[in-house]
Design a protein around this ligand. Structure first.
Ligand code: A3P
Length: 293
């Protein structure tokens, strides 16, 4: 386990990565997707767990209710590229999933996604979150998660975030790369964390129509209630408290779940510098984020 702690970042095909997500690369690239697989793709801390939970409840909440009380979310929706010795690799967890469809999580930038997902024309749900809140959330996550690189203090972390020197690389490249892909791939649903906070029910409706599922209104309402922040925060199957290398006392995984928490972290000078740099990197006028509601 010690060898895993606080890994170094390195350049991997032009993207900053840690070895935890590249050690199993041959298997990852050769991963065989199935046509009914559903992929949840995100930059880390954009709401992956939230959307994973919604999809798991939509598909299996009624047929397999025991999943909710006995299987942590990371077993229900395995993380494709993770490899931790002693624990099963993500690719093996996916290969051993008994469910249909299989729900799969990835943080890979679009250009590194195994090609079989495109060949099989799988449905993909991409979740994006505004850069400022995403950076804050990632900073606290790196503090509490011992298998992430040492985050250092907030101001140096923010500089590195702006330079794309975080695991899974540049936020800017990630959200733009997937956005561009969406323009040519119809089975890609691009959604925003901020919209989920604003109106979870509406976003569940959009997800259902994208997935082609038609749950009863009561079921949708039940799911909406179950995935509220306070409920997921106290749910040990969703809040990552049982993961040995994550220390919830340093910062809980279910930390705040808000839009605009960046205001409690950025100084005025940091915010101005960030905004200026943002304009240079985010040239596509069709991709718009909200930093407050
Ligand atoms: P904060 O750190 O800002 O609180 P991921 O699952 O991609 O790692 O994202 C984690 C972020 O999503 C955390 O953000 C977490 O609190 C937030 N989150 C998870 N479930 C949520 C929910 N049900 N409602 C609102 N935010 C949620």
């Amino acid at each position: 386990m010690d060898a895993l702690l606080r890994p170094e970042l390195f350049d991997f095909h032009g993207v900053c990565m840690s070895h935890i997500f590249t050690d199993n690369w041959v298997k990852i690239q050769n991963f065989q997707a199935r046509p009914d697989d559903i992929l949840i793709a995100t930059y880390p801390k954009a709401g992956t767990t939230w959307v994973s939970y919604i999809l798991d409840l939509l598909y299996f909440g009624e047929t397999h209710p025991e999943r909710q009380t006995s299987l942590p979310i990371f077993e229900r929706v395995p993380f494709l590229e993770i490899t931790i010795p002693q624990l099963a690799a993500g690719t093996d967890l996916v290969d051993n999933l008994p469910t249909s469809p299989r729900l799969i999580k990835t943080h890979l930038p679009v250009q590194l996604l195994p090609k079989s997902f495109w060949e099989q024309n799988c449905r993909i749900v991409y979740v994006a979150r505004n850069a400022k809140d995403n950076a804050v959330s990632y900073f606290h996550f790196d503090r509490m998660n011992q298998i992430q690189p040492e985050p250092g203090d907030w101001s140096s972390y923010l500089e590195r975030f702006m330079e794309g020197r975080t695991v899974f690389g540049s936020w800017y490249d990630h959200v733009n790369g997937w956005w561009e892909k969406k323009q040519s791939v119809s089975k890609l649903h691009y959604m925003f964390f901020e919209d989920m906070v604003e109106n979870t029910g509406r976003e569940i409706d959009k997800l259902c129509s994208f997935l082609g599922v038609t749950p009863r209104a009561e079921k949708k309402e039940q799911i909406r209630g179950a995935v509220q922040f306070d409920n997921m925060k106290k749910d040990n199957m969703a809040n990552y408290t049982m993961v040995q290398f994550m220390d919830s006392k340093v910062s809980p995984f279910m930390r705040k779940g808000k839009v605009g928490d960046w205001k409690n972290h950025f100084t005025v000078a940091q915010s101005e510098r960030f905004d200026k740099d943002y304009l240079k990197k985010m040239k596509n006028p069709t991709l718009r984020f909200r930093t407050e509601l």
